[in-house]
Write a protein that binds this ligand. Structure first.
Ligand code: SF4
Length: 344
Protein backbone atom coordinates (compact mmCIF):
# COMPACT_ATOMS: atom_id res chain seq x y z
CA UNK A 1 0.00 0.00 0.00
CA UNK A 2 1.28 3.51 -0.87
CA UNK A 3 2.52 5.55 2.05
CA UNK A 4 0.23 8.35 3.24
CA UNK A 5 2.17 11.55 3.77
CA UNK A 6 -0.65 13.84 4.84
CA UNK A 7 -4.03 12.92 6.29
CA UNK A 8 -6.55 15.65 7.00
CA UNK A 9 -9.36 14.33 9.17
CA UNK A 10 -12.64 16.15 9.95
CA UNK A 11 -10.99 19.56 9.71
CA UNK A 12 -13.11 22.57 10.68
CA UNK A 13 -11.86 26.17 10.42
CA UNK A 14 -13.89 29.29 11.27
CA UNK A 15 -13.47 33.04 11.22
CA UNK A 16 -15.12 35.08 13.94
CA UNK A 17 -16.53 38.39 12.73
CA UNK A 18 -18.65 41.03 14.47
CA UNK A 19 -21.73 39.46 12.86
CA UNK A 20 -20.94 35.88 13.80
CA UNK A 21 -18.96 32.73 13.00
CA UNK A 22 -18.03 32.18 9.36
CA UNK A 23 -17.61 28.43 8.93
CA UNK A 24 -15.05 28.42 6.14
CA UNK A 25 -14.13 24.72 6.38
CA UNK A 26 -16.82 22.31 7.49
CA UNK A 27 -15.58 18.87 8.34
CA UNK A 28 -13.33 17.86 5.47
CA UNK A 29 -11.15 14.77 5.21
CA UNK A 30 -8.63 13.81 2.54
CA UNK A 31 -5.13 12.45 2.19
CA UNK A 32 -2.04 12.89 0.04
CA UNK A 33 0.35 10.02 -0.66
CA UNK A 34 4.10 10.27 -0.92
CA UNK A 35 5.13 11.56 -4.36
CA UNK A 36 1.52 12.24 -5.37
CA UNK A 37 0.08 15.47 -6.83
CA UNK A 38 -3.46 16.28 -5.71
CA UNK A 39 -5.51 19.18 -7.04
CA UNK A 40 -8.00 21.08 -4.88
CA UNK A 41 -10.46 22.90 -7.11
CA UNK A 42 -13.34 25.28 -6.46
CA UNK A 43 -14.63 28.81 -6.93
CA UNK A 44 -13.35 31.56 -4.69
CA UNK A 45 -14.91 31.21 -1.24
CA UNK A 46 -15.14 27.41 -1.57
CA UNK A 47 -12.63 26.93 1.25
CA UNK A 48 -9.70 25.62 -0.81
CA UNK A 49 -7.19 28.29 0.23
CA UNK A 50 -8.28 28.19 3.89
CA UNK A 51 -7.64 24.43 3.73
CA UNK A 52 -4.04 24.97 2.63
CA UNK A 53 -3.48 27.75 5.16
CA UNK A 54 -4.88 25.51 7.89
CA UNK A 55 -2.39 22.76 6.97
CA UNK A 56 0.40 25.32 7.34
CA UNK A 57 -1.35 26.79 10.40
CA UNK A 58 -1.30 30.19 8.75
CA UNK A 59 -5.10 30.56 8.86
CA UNK A 60 -4.95 33.51 11.27
CA UNK A 61 -7.27 35.28 12.12
CA UNK A 62 -9.22 32.10 11.44
CA UNK A 63 -9.33 29.38 14.08
CA UNK A 64 -9.11 25.63 13.64
CA UNK A 65 -12.19 24.37 15.48
CA UNK A 66 -11.57 20.65 15.25
CA UNK A 67 -10.05 17.74 13.43
CA UNK A 68 -6.58 16.37 12.84
CA UNK A 69 -3.81 17.16 10.36
CA UNK A 70 -1.53 14.13 10.37
CA UNK A 71 1.87 14.43 8.72
CA UNK A 72 3.69 11.11 8.75
CA UNK A 73 1.05 10.11 11.30
CA UNK A 74 1.85 12.97 13.71
CA UNK A 75 -0.85 15.53 14.43
CA UNK A 76 0.44 18.98 13.46
CA UNK A 77 -2.29 20.57 15.56
CA UNK A 78 -0.63 19.17 18.69
CA UNK A 79 2.77 20.73 17.95
CA UNK A 80 3.97 23.94 19.56
CA UNK A 81 4.77 27.14 17.67
CA UNK A 82 8.51 26.43 17.50
CA UNK A 83 7.95 22.95 16.07
CA UNK A 84 5.49 24.33 13.51
CA UNK A 85 7.92 27.04 12.41
CA UNK A 86 10.59 24.39 11.91
CA UNK A 87 8.21 22.21 9.97
CA UNK A 88 7.30 25.03 7.55
CA UNK A 89 9.76 25.12 4.68
CA UNK A 90 11.81 22.20 5.96
CA UNK A 91 8.95 19.67 5.61
CA UNK A 92 6.02 21.55 4.06
CA UNK A 93 6.52 24.58 1.83
CA UNK A 94 4.00 26.85 0.18
CA UNK A 95 3.99 29.10 -2.87
CA UNK A 96 1.38 31.75 -3.56
CA UNK A 97 -0.21 33.38 -6.60
CA UNK A 98 1.79 36.60 -6.38
CA UNK A 99 5.51 36.01 -5.76
CA UNK A 100 6.05 39.73 -5.06
CA UNK A 101 4.09 39.43 -1.81
CA UNK A 102 6.47 36.68 -0.64
CA UNK A 103 9.77 38.06 -1.99
CA UNK A 104 11.58 40.96 -0.33
CA UNK A 105 12.09 43.64 -3.00
CA UNK A 106 15.22 44.99 -1.25
CA UNK A 107 17.20 41.75 -0.96
CA UNK A 108 18.87 39.86 -3.79
CA UNK A 109 17.37 36.56 -4.87
CA UNK A 110 20.51 34.66 -3.86
CA UNK A 111 20.44 36.08 -0.34
CA UNK A 112 16.75 35.29 0.07
CA UNK A 113 17.14 31.67 -0.99
CA UNK A 114 20.33 31.15 1.04
CA UNK A 115 18.71 32.69 4.15
CA UNK A 116 15.83 30.23 3.81
CA UNK A 117 18.36 27.39 3.58
CA UNK A 118 20.39 28.62 6.59
CA UNK A 119 17.27 28.79 8.74
CA UNK A 120 16.84 25.04 8.44
CA UNK A 121 20.24 23.57 7.70
CA UNK A 122 23.66 23.80 9.27
CA UNK A 123 25.63 25.03 6.26
CA UNK A 124 28.19 27.79 5.74
CA UNK A 125 27.04 30.94 3.91
CA UNK A 126 29.09 29.87 0.89
CA UNK A 127 27.42 26.45 0.82
CA UNK A 128 23.98 28.05 1.19
CA UNK A 129 24.72 30.35 -1.75
CA UNK A 130 25.86 27.34 -3.79
CA UNK A 131 22.53 25.69 -2.94
CA UNK A 132 20.75 28.84 -4.17
CA UNK A 133 22.57 28.60 -7.51
CA UNK A 134 21.75 24.90 -7.74
CA UNK A 135 18.05 25.55 -7.04
CA UNK A 136 17.82 28.36 -9.61
CA UNK A 137 19.37 26.03 -12.17
CA UNK A 138 16.90 23.29 -11.21
CA UNK A 139 13.92 25.56 -11.93
CA UNK A 140 15.37 26.66 -15.25
CA UNK A 141 16.71 30.16 -14.51
CA UNK A 142 19.47 30.85 -17.04
CA UNK A 143 22.91 31.99 -15.77
CA UNK A 144 22.09 31.28 -12.12
CA UNK A 145 25.60 32.29 -10.95
CA UNK A 146 24.85 35.80 -12.26
CA UNK A 147 21.15 35.96 -11.46
CA UNK A 148 21.58 35.29 -7.73
CA UNK A 149 22.83 38.90 -7.49
CA UNK A 150 19.62 40.30 -9.02
CA UNK A 151 16.65 41.79 -7.17
CA UNK A 152 13.07 40.50 -7.62
CA UNK A 153 12.02 43.42 -9.88
CA UNK A 154 14.71 42.38 -12.36
CA UNK A 155 12.83 39.14 -13.08
CA UNK A 156 9.67 38.68 -15.18
CA UNK A 157 6.45 37.36 -13.53
CA UNK A 158 7.10 33.80 -14.71
CA UNK A 159 10.74 33.92 -13.61
CA UNK A 160 9.71 35.26 -10.17
CA UNK A 161 7.35 32.31 -9.78
CA UNK A 162 10.26 30.01 -10.65
CA UNK A 163 12.33 31.77 -7.98
CA UNK A 164 9.54 31.15 -5.46
CA UNK A 165 9.48 27.47 -6.41
CA UNK A 166 13.29 27.36 -6.05
CA UNK A 167 13.03 28.95 -2.60
CA UNK A 168 10.25 26.57 -1.55
CA UNK A 169 12.22 23.55 -2.71
CA UNK A 170 15.59 24.72 -1.36
CA UNK A 171 15.12 22.81 1.91
CA UNK A 172 13.88 19.63 0.20
CA UNK A 173 10.32 19.75 1.58
CA UNK A 174 8.29 16.57 1.39
CA UNK A 175 5.11 18.47 0.55
CA UNK A 176 4.73 21.55 -1.62
CA UNK A 177 1.46 23.46 -1.48
CA UNK A 178 0.98 25.69 -4.52
CA UNK A 179 -1.95 28.10 -4.15
CA UNK A 180 -3.03 29.40 -7.58
CA UNK A 181 0.64 29.46 -8.69
CA UNK A 182 -0.17 30.27 -12.30
CA UNK A 183 -3.25 32.49 -12.09
CA UNK A 184 -1.34 35.76 -12.58
CA UNK A 185 0.65 34.42 -15.53
CA UNK A 186 -0.14 34.29 -19.21
CA UNK A 187 -1.11 30.96 -20.75
CA UNK A 188 2.32 30.06 -22.16
CA UNK A 189 4.17 30.80 -18.91
CA UNK A 190 1.38 29.02 -17.01
CA UNK A 191 2.06 25.87 -19.02
CA UNK A 192 5.82 26.18 -18.38
CA UNK A 193 5.33 26.50 -14.60
CA UNK A 194 2.97 23.51 -14.53
CA UNK A 195 5.47 21.48 -16.54
CA UNK A 196 8.18 22.55 -14.12
CA UNK A 197 6.14 21.43 -11.09
CA UNK A 198 5.46 18.10 -12.79
CA UNK A 199 9.10 17.64 -13.64
CA UNK A 200 10.23 18.49 -10.10
CA UNK A 201 7.72 16.06 -8.64
CA UNK A 202 9.21 13.29 -10.78
CA UNK A 203 12.80 14.21 -9.96
CA UNK A 204 12.48 14.91 -6.23
CA UNK A 205 9.45 12.73 -5.32
CA UNK A 206 7.92 15.78 -3.59
CA UNK A 207 4.18 15.51 -2.97
CA UNK A 208 2.19 18.47 -4.30
CA UNK A 209 -1.16 20.02 -3.43
CA UNK A 210 -2.17 22.28 -6.29
CA UNK A 211 -4.94 24.73 -5.45
CA UNK A 212 -6.80 26.36 -8.30
CA UNK A 213 -10.19 27.64 -9.44
CA UNK A 214 -9.53 26.15 -12.88
CA UNK A 215 -10.11 22.43 -13.42
CA UNK A 216 -8.12 22.67 -16.65
CA UNK A 217 -4.96 23.47 -14.68
CA UNK A 218 -5.03 20.23 -12.69
CA UNK A 219 -5.83 17.97 -15.65
CA UNK A 220 -2.23 17.53 -16.70
CA UNK A 221 -0.56 18.06 -13.33
CA UNK A 222 -2.42 15.91 -10.80
CA UNK A 223 -3.44 12.30 -10.42
CA UNK A 224 -6.33 13.01 -8.06
CA UNK A 225 -8.76 15.90 -7.73
CA UNK A 226 -10.76 17.22 -4.78
CA UNK A 227 -13.69 19.48 -5.68
CA UNK A 228 -14.71 21.89 -2.89
CA UNK A 229 -17.81 24.02 -2.46
CA UNK A 230 -19.27 25.80 0.55
CA UNK A 231 -16.43 24.67 2.82
CA UNK A 232 -17.06 20.99 2.05
CA UNK A 233 -15.72 18.38 -0.34
CA UNK A 234 -18.31 17.71 -3.03
CA UNK A 235 -16.46 15.12 -5.08
CA UNK A 236 -13.08 13.40 -5.15
CA UNK A 237 -11.63 11.04 -7.67
CA UNK A 238 -8.86 10.36 -10.13
CA UNK A 239 -8.46 12.78 -13.02
CA UNK A 240 -10.26 10.22 -15.19
CA UNK A 241 -13.17 9.95 -12.70
CA UNK A 242 -13.63 13.71 -12.56
CA UNK A 243 -13.18 14.43 -16.26
CA UNK A 244 -14.91 11.40 -17.79
CA UNK A 245 -17.48 10.37 -15.15
CA UNK A 246 -18.27 13.43 -13.02
CA UNK A 247 -21.18 12.81 -10.67
CA UNK A 248 -21.72 16.10 -8.86
CA UNK A 249 -23.63 18.86 -10.68
CA UNK A 250 -21.10 21.40 -9.36
CA UNK A 251 -18.21 19.43 -10.89
CA UNK A 252 -20.13 19.39 -14.17
CA UNK A 253 -20.49 23.16 -13.96
CA UNK A 254 -16.74 23.56 -13.41
CA UNK A 255 -16.01 21.29 -16.35
CA UNK A 256 -18.17 23.43 -18.59
CA UNK A 257 -16.12 26.48 -17.66
CA UNK A 258 -12.86 25.04 -19.02
CA UNK A 259 -11.93 26.86 -22.22
CA UNK A 260 -11.86 24.52 -25.20
CA UNK A 261 -9.21 24.75 -27.87
CA UNK A 262 -10.68 26.84 -30.68
CA UNK A 263 -14.03 27.05 -28.90
CA UNK A 264 -15.86 29.79 -27.03
CA UNK A 265 -14.98 30.30 -23.37
CA UNK A 266 -17.79 29.74 -20.91
CA UNK A 267 -16.51 31.07 -17.61
CA UNK A 268 -16.96 29.76 -14.07
CA UNK A 269 -19.56 32.41 -13.40
CA UNK A 270 -21.77 30.61 -15.89
CA UNK A 271 -22.96 28.51 -12.93
CA UNK A 272 -25.98 30.64 -12.09
CA UNK A 273 -26.31 32.01 -8.56
CA UNK A 274 -23.81 32.82 -5.85
CA UNK A 275 -21.90 30.75 -3.27
CA UNK A 276 -23.66 30.15 0.08
CA UNK A 277 -23.47 32.54 3.02
CA UNK A 278 -21.03 30.79 5.33
CA UNK A 279 -22.37 32.72 8.31
CA UNK A 280 -25.48 30.59 7.96
CA UNK A 281 -24.45 27.57 5.88
CA UNK A 282 -27.33 25.52 4.51
CA UNK A 283 -28.41 22.50 6.52
CA UNK A 284 -28.44 20.20 3.51
CA UNK A 285 -26.44 20.41 0.30
CA UNK A 286 -24.65 23.77 0.00
CA UNK A 287 -25.15 23.71 -3.77
CA UNK A 288 -28.93 23.39 -3.39
CA UNK A 289 -29.90 26.96 -4.40
CA UNK A 290 -27.89 26.75 -7.63
CA UNK A 291 -28.55 23.15 -8.60
CA UNK A 292 -30.87 22.40 -11.50
CA UNK A 293 -31.45 18.85 -10.17
CA UNK A 294 -32.28 19.85 -6.57
CA UNK A 295 -34.90 17.80 -4.69
CA UNK A 296 -36.62 18.41 -1.36
CA UNK A 297 -34.20 16.16 0.47
CA UNK A 298 -31.24 18.23 -0.75
CA UNK A 299 -32.32 21.27 1.25
CA UNK A 300 -33.07 19.44 4.45
CA UNK A 301 -30.62 16.63 4.97
CA UNK A 302 -26.84 16.59 5.18
CA UNK A 303 -25.53 14.69 2.18
CA UNK A 304 -23.49 11.58 3.06
CA UNK A 305 -20.55 10.44 1.00
CA UNK A 306 -21.42 7.94 -1.72
CA UNK A 307 -18.59 5.80 -3.05
CA UNK A 308 -18.37 4.94 -6.73
CA UNK A 309 -15.10 3.02 -6.87
CA UNK A 310 -11.82 2.91 -5.02
CA UNK A 311 -11.02 6.60 -5.38
CA UNK A 312 -14.30 8.13 -6.53
CA UNK A 313 -16.63 9.58 -3.87
CA UNK A 314 -19.38 12.20 -4.14
CA UNK A 315 -21.77 14.11 -1.89
CA UNK A 316 -24.93 14.35 -3.95
CA UNK A 317 -28.33 12.81 -3.23
CA UNK A 318 -28.61 11.87 -6.90
CA UNK A 319 -26.06 9.14 -6.18
CA UNK A 320 -28.30 7.55 -3.53
CA UNK A 321 -29.34 4.11 -4.80
CA UNK A 322 -32.99 5.12 -4.40
CA UNK A 323 -32.76 8.53 -6.09
CA UNK A 324 -35.01 9.25 -9.04
CA UNK A 325 -33.43 8.96 -12.46
CA UNK A 326 -32.98 12.38 -14.03
CA UNK A 327 -32.45 12.03 -17.75
CA UNK A 328 -30.57 15.27 -18.23
CA UNK A 329 -28.21 14.42 -15.38
CA UNK A 330 -27.67 10.91 -16.72
CA UNK A 331 -26.79 12.36 -20.13
CA UNK A 332 -24.39 14.89 -18.66
CA UNK A 333 -22.41 12.51 -16.51
CA UNK A 334 -22.34 9.78 -19.07
CA UNK A 335 -24.32 6.89 -17.90
CA UNK A 336 -24.55 5.23 -14.48
CA UNK A 337 -28.22 4.47 -13.90
CA UNK A 338 -29.79 4.33 -10.50
CA UNK A 339 -33.05 3.11 -8.99
CA UNK A 340 -36.22 5.12 -9.08
CA UNK A 341 -37.30 5.39 -5.44
CA UNK A 342 -36.92 8.66 -3.56
CA UNK A 343 -33.94 8.87 -1.18
CA UNK A 344 -36.34 10.08 1.51
FE1 SF4 B 1 -28.04 19.09 -6.45
FE2 SF4 B 1 -29.22 17.79 -4.49
FE3 SF4 B 1 -27.01 16.83 -5.55
FE4 SF4 B 1 -26.94 19.01 -4.04
S1 SF4 B 1 -27.50 16.95 -3.38
S2 SF4 B 1 -25.92 18.72 -5.96
S3 SF4 B 1 -28.85 19.98 -4.62
S4 SF4 B 1 -28.97 17.09 -6.56
Amino acid sequence: MEEQLLEVKNLKTSFFTHVGEVKAIRDISFSVRKGEAVGIVGESGSGKSVTSLSIMQLQHPGRIMGGEILFHGEDLLKKNKKEIRKMRSSKIAMIFQDPMTSLNALITIGSQISEAVLEHEKLSKKQAMERAVEMLRLVGIPDPEERIHCYPHEFSGGMRQRVMIAMALSCNPELLIADEPTTALDVTIQAQILRLLNDLKERTNTSIILITHDLGVVASSCSRIIVMYGGQIMETGTVEDIFYSPLHPYTMGLLKSIPKAGGSRERLQSIAGTPPDMLQPPAGCPFYPRCEFAMGVCRERTVPEFHRGEEHAVRCWLCHPGAPVVDKYENQKGGVRRGTASPD
